[in-house]
Design a protein around this ligand. Sequence first.
Ligand code: APR
Length: 310
Amino acid sequence: MRKKIALVGGGQIGQNLAMLAAQKELGDIVILDVEAYVNAAKGKALDLMEMAPHGNYDANISATSDYKDIAEADVVIVTAGKPREAGMTREDLLAVNLKIITDVAAGVKQYAPKAFCIIVTNPLDAMVYAFYKLTGFPKSQVLGMAGTLDTARWRAFIAMELGVSVGDVAGTVLGGHGPDMVPLPRLTTVGGVPLTEIATKEQIDKLVLRTREAGTEIVKLFGKGSAFFSPAWSAIVMAESYLKDKHRVLPACALCEGEYGVKGLFIGVPCLIGAKGLEKIYEIKLAEDEKAQLEKTITSVKKTVEETKL
Ligand code: APR
């Protein structure tokens, strides 16, 4: 029997998730959206079924507004919520998206209590915390998609700046999904060569800043709405690592219980993702300046999480 992937939210990111999950044949796909939007979601599902002959995939793709239809899903990816508009911070979305996540958590808890859940809705670190608290799911089953995207942006900008293949750029970004996230130049390499040896300090500073502001750069260009291709791909690699037990080590937003000195908060950290979900968090020995940067991002995440009052 095929695996089942439930996509809660069938907007910009949701539709790209559906397309990628189909193309990768991760399983059958159910898109869940609100009643007012369900016909649009059904249209997208049908369009993707009609793409299958050329896309060369077998998958049943459907849409619904009824949580019963996500029953027994293996993976749930949540993008339900409002995206940013120009001039907004991710935190400006907190009140409206917390209400939505509260509904979603209830539906997923009732109908797909065993699913590996990936939260994408912003403000990410607070929304994944809220989903975890509201469902009571084990921490191995709930991750936020942020570090995977932030690291993709870091790698992309390095490749663009240095004119090298992006596949050769390896590195990681720690911390919250906001402007004080922590890219780690000291541990970034290009084909095994340390970034710090092939880029100047000015270049690295510029790359760090661009990564921190990458989401905002796109929101400014769109005017309304936020990035969707790269967030979708980032969530898909996490889902794929779980479904295929790939044991990929991906930066993701995970519940820390002492790691990096953090207790009870979801923070972006390097995670081993396999068939048991979050199987391990890797702790990196950080330099003093890196520790100070991490402290700053933890303080910001804590502040937003406190506003959820959960
Ligand atoms: N249940 C299910 N779906 C919902 C609900 C709900 N309670 N509330 C809203 N939605 C749906 C909307 O109808 C819409 O189709 O969520 C979808 C969101 O899609 P977009 O508005 O296109 O937003 P998108 O760009 O996909 O971003 C979604 O991810 O990266 C974050 O900041 C971004 O919070 C935003 C989320």
